[in-house]
Design a protein around this ligand. Sequence first.
Ligand code: SF4
Length: 363
Amino acid sequence: MNAIRYLLQLAIYAGIFNSGKVIFGLLRMHWRYFLFGRGRGLIKFLPLATPLKVHIDPASSCNFRCFFCPQVNPQSLKEAGFKFTSMSLEHYRGIIDGFKAFPDKVQELMVGNYGEPLLNPQVGEMIAYAKESGTVREVTLITNASLLKGERLEKLAKSGVDKVRISIEALSDEGYYETTKVHQSFEEIVSNLIAFKRSVRKYGKKTFIYVKIVDTGMTDEDRRKFFRTFVPIADAVAIENLVGITAKAREIIGSNPKGMTGVSLAKERRICPSPFYSLSIHSNGDVAVCCVDWHRKTTVGSVQQESIKSIWDGQALNAFRRNQVLKSWRGVDACKGCELVKHYPMYEDLDAHGNKLNALLEK
Ligand code: SF4
C-alpha cells in the first residue's frame, strides 16, 4: 500500500498528466526498488553485511555556483574543513577492489555527490571499472550535463552506466546565469543530452536517462517548457522540490517544506535510516556516514588507511548508529539542524524498531 501511495505521489509530481511515457519511465526506474529493495521496508534487510548504497565523489568542486547550494560559498566550506580535490583513477580502483571483501554486491553506486563528477576527465573509465568489477549491481551518475560532450561523453556512453541523473538548473541562458552565476547555454545542455542518447544507442547500451529540475519558483510556462523539451529525450523526468541545505534554500522554501520528489515529508522522525544502509566516500578517501555532510562532521574513517569493509563493520560507524537509536538524530552533534532526515520515505522509517536495532547493535 505504501509502495502504491509512493509511486502515485511520485508520478503526479513528475507530470503524469503530461505524458504516459513519464509514468512508464518512473515505473521502469523504481520497480526493482519496490520488488527487491528498500521499498519493501528497510528494517527487513537489517543488519546489512554490505551497504546497499555507496556515494563516491570523483571531484568535490563544481563548475556551477547555484544559489541554493553550499558550493556557492567555497571559502566557507574550506574553512569548515571541506577539501576540494579530484580522485585519481588508481585510488578509485583500489576502493572498488575493496568492495570484493563484502559478501554481496553493493546495490547502487552513486557517482557524484558534492561536486560535478565530469570535472574529473576519467569518470568514464571509473564507471566502466565498477561495471566490470562485478561488485556493484547498478551504477548511477549524477551530473549537470554541462561537460557531457566530446571524449567524456563517448567514454561515458561506452561505459555501460546504468542510470544518468541530469540536473537541469534553468530553462534559458539568462536563467542559467541567474541560478549558477555561469554563462551556460540552455540549448547546449539539450544538445549534449541528445548527443549522449545517440551515443548510448550507437554502443548498444541501455543507460536510463532521468532529467530533473528543482522548482525554485517555476511558472506554468516553465513547467510546460520543461516537459516539452525533455520528455522526448529522457526515459523519466521530474520537477523536484528544494531541500533546505542552505540558508538561501530555507528562505525560498519558507514555512511549507515539501518532500524532494513530491513524496510527503515524515511528520516526525527519530532515527535517521542513512547510517544503516549507505556510505559516502569523499574525493580524498574520507568515508562519511552521510551524503549531505558538507561540514565534514560524520567522517568514520578513510580508505587511505583502512578497508571499506572494516569501516562498514567498524566501531566508529556502529557508535554513530547506536547514538541514532539511543539519542535520536537530534541528540547527535554531527546531525544538528539536519534538513534531510524527514525526506527519507516511509518504508525506510526505523522509528518503530528501536528495540530490534538495539539488539542488533549489541551483537
Ligand atoms: S540525520 Fe541528517 S545529517 Fe545526520 S546522518 Fe541523517 S541525513 Fe545525515
